[in-house]
Write a protein that binds this ligand. Structure first.
Ligand code: LFR
Length: 478
């Protein structure tokens, strides 16, 4: 048995998990969890990345001796370093408004269809490409010598080594998913200097060792290697889908729902672009063909607006509310920005001529029904666009604890849902490290190991598919 620390940074919290892995066992425990609170300053919404790094150090101290460390986190965002390697300001949050209207300007140089054919990346206002375009005219950017994606920035602080991990690089909209390297043509046409990015590294590659100062601060005895993992949290989560066959779809649930298929080649058709599916890169040459859905963000924002009531009683009450009274399009960009979420949901219901949810339980039910409906649409669309059969939906991530959401997803998709593991990203992170340090096994073997060792819950669809079709017709779910 060997021991690995997985640093997993989510949009609302970060954690350091400790995984002990042997040929027939995987144990995972939480060493430390810390909040990730974005901060609004006069110039906009920023990540408090120093607090996150502090949390990582606390976590490594709490973890105790480990054979390796790996870092994963959310995608698209980055920090800028100056020529001395110092961070230039706090990284901008992907929900910041600076990218409003930027995509249209980019498309004037490279039309959206060409951009999709070259990169396979969905349109989202926050793609790194649009963020860099928005940043280019700033004084801060003029001083930048390096762009480091968030997990790569943390890895740099831990090791002193620079790199750009591939699965996360694929979310920048600057990578060609066929060649799995930078798209020089796109970058050139848009005047983006790819020299700002450190060399690409792949999951499993060495990423340095903990710096002496880090060892001193965490009390760890060196050398401790740091290993590149699927540093996009969704890549790590998809790696940990405990599938036993090939005919599966996945729903990675957390702040976002990422819903789709694992493929061996990208789908770059015009239909796929119109359906806003993305081709992100996964482990071992795979493509994560998926759609971004707003996810439990909708509920998190409501709970925040209500002053933070306990989720348990709220969900229990929501389970008793009649199903599918009102639904909203949970893929709608209109829900991206923070604030006023219950009101915005009410407005969307009113605009589509549905009853406006009045109580907190009704709003919660509306959110969960809407999420399940969007999961259904994405599974059906992915199946059709990629021309692949699906027998089972694997739901992984924090949302697996929400049993109502799991059951509604099974009902809406008309397919069995296997829920778990909740800590998929951390497990994918740990297993990729374990493999790099001698565990062996291909991706299906890692998945079978998880399916044997993790507690999973199976939800059977209740046969009311017609009701979901009817609800879908009320709104334009994309
Ligand atoms: C999930 C995730 C998604 C990405 C979004 C923004 O945590 O990484 O995959 O689209 O956050 O980075």
């Amino acid at each position: 048995m060997r021991t690995y620390a997985a640093v997993d940074l989510g949009a609302s919290s970060g954690r350091v998990m400790v995984g002990r892995v042997g040929p027939d066992s995987v144990e995972l425990r939480e060493a430390h969890r810390f909040p990730n609170r974005p901060v609004r300053v006069p110039e906009g919404l920023r990540w408090d990345v120093l607090a996150l790094y502090g949390g990582v150090l606390d976590g490594l101290r709490a973890a105790g001796p480990v054979d390796s460390v790996g870092v994963d986190g959310w995608a698209v965002d980055y920090g800028l370093l100056d020529a001395d390697g110092a961070l230039l300001g706090n990284p901008v949050h992907y929900r910041d408004a600076r990218t409003e209207g930027v995509a249209e300007k980019v498309w004037a140089s490279v039309p959206a269809a060409e951009l999709y054919a070259a990169t396979g990346v969905q349109y989202a206002p926050f793609n790194t490409l649009y963020q860099l375009t928005a940043a280019r005219s700033t004084a801060q950017f003029a001083r930048a010598a390096r762009v480091l994606l968030i997990p790569d920035l943390l890895t740099y602080w831990l090791t002193g080594e620079l790199g750009t991990e591939l699965t996360n690089a694929s979310t920048t909209q600057l990578v060609d998913p066929r060649t799995r390297t930078w798209s020089r043509e796109v970058a050139e046409r848009l005047g983006i200097d790819l020299g700002l990015f450190a060399p690409l590294r792949r999951p499993g590659d060495p990423a340095g060792t903990l710096r002496p100062e880090v060892l001193a601060e965490t009390g760890l005895a060196g050398p401790v290697p740091v290993t590149a993992v699927g540093s996009h949290d969704t890549a790590s989560a998809v790696a940990a889908v405990p599938a036993t066959g090939e005919r599966f779809a996945y729903v990675c649930t957390g702040t976002w729902s990422l819903v789709g298929l694992e493929l061996s080649a990208p789908v770059l058709t015009e239909e796929s672009r119109a359906a806003n599916f993305t081709n992100e890169l996964g482990l071992d040459g795979t493509v994560r063909y998926l759609r971004n859905i707003m996810g439990l963000w909708l509920l998190q924002e409501c709970v925040r607006a209500w002053g933070g009531p306990d989720l348990g009683p709220l969900l229990a009450e929501a389970a008793g509310v009649p199903a599918l009274r009102s639904v909203v399009d949970a893929g709608d960009e209109a829900f991206l920005a923070p604030g006023r979420m219950p009101e915005r949901i009410a407005e969307a219901c009113r605009a589509s001529g549905q009853p406006v949810p009045a109580t907190r339980a009704e709003v919660t039910r509306c959110v969960l029904d809407s999420l399940a409906l969007a999961h259904r649409r994405a599974v059906l669309d992915a199946r059709w666009l990629a021309d692949r059969p699906v027998d089972v939906v694997h739901l992984v991530g924090g949302g697996t604890r929400n049993t109502l959401l799991c059951q509604l997803t099974a009902d809406a998709c008309g397919l069995p849902v296997v829920a778990g593991p909740a800590e998929a990203a951390a497990l994918g992170n740990v297993l990729v490290q374990a493999r790099a340090h001698g565990l062996g096994g291909d991706l299906p073997a890692l998945r079978r190991l998880l399916s044997r060792t993790r507690p999973l819950t199976r939800y059977t669809p209740r046969g009311d598919a017609g009701r979901w079709r009817e609800a879908e017709a009320r709104i334009a779910v994309r």
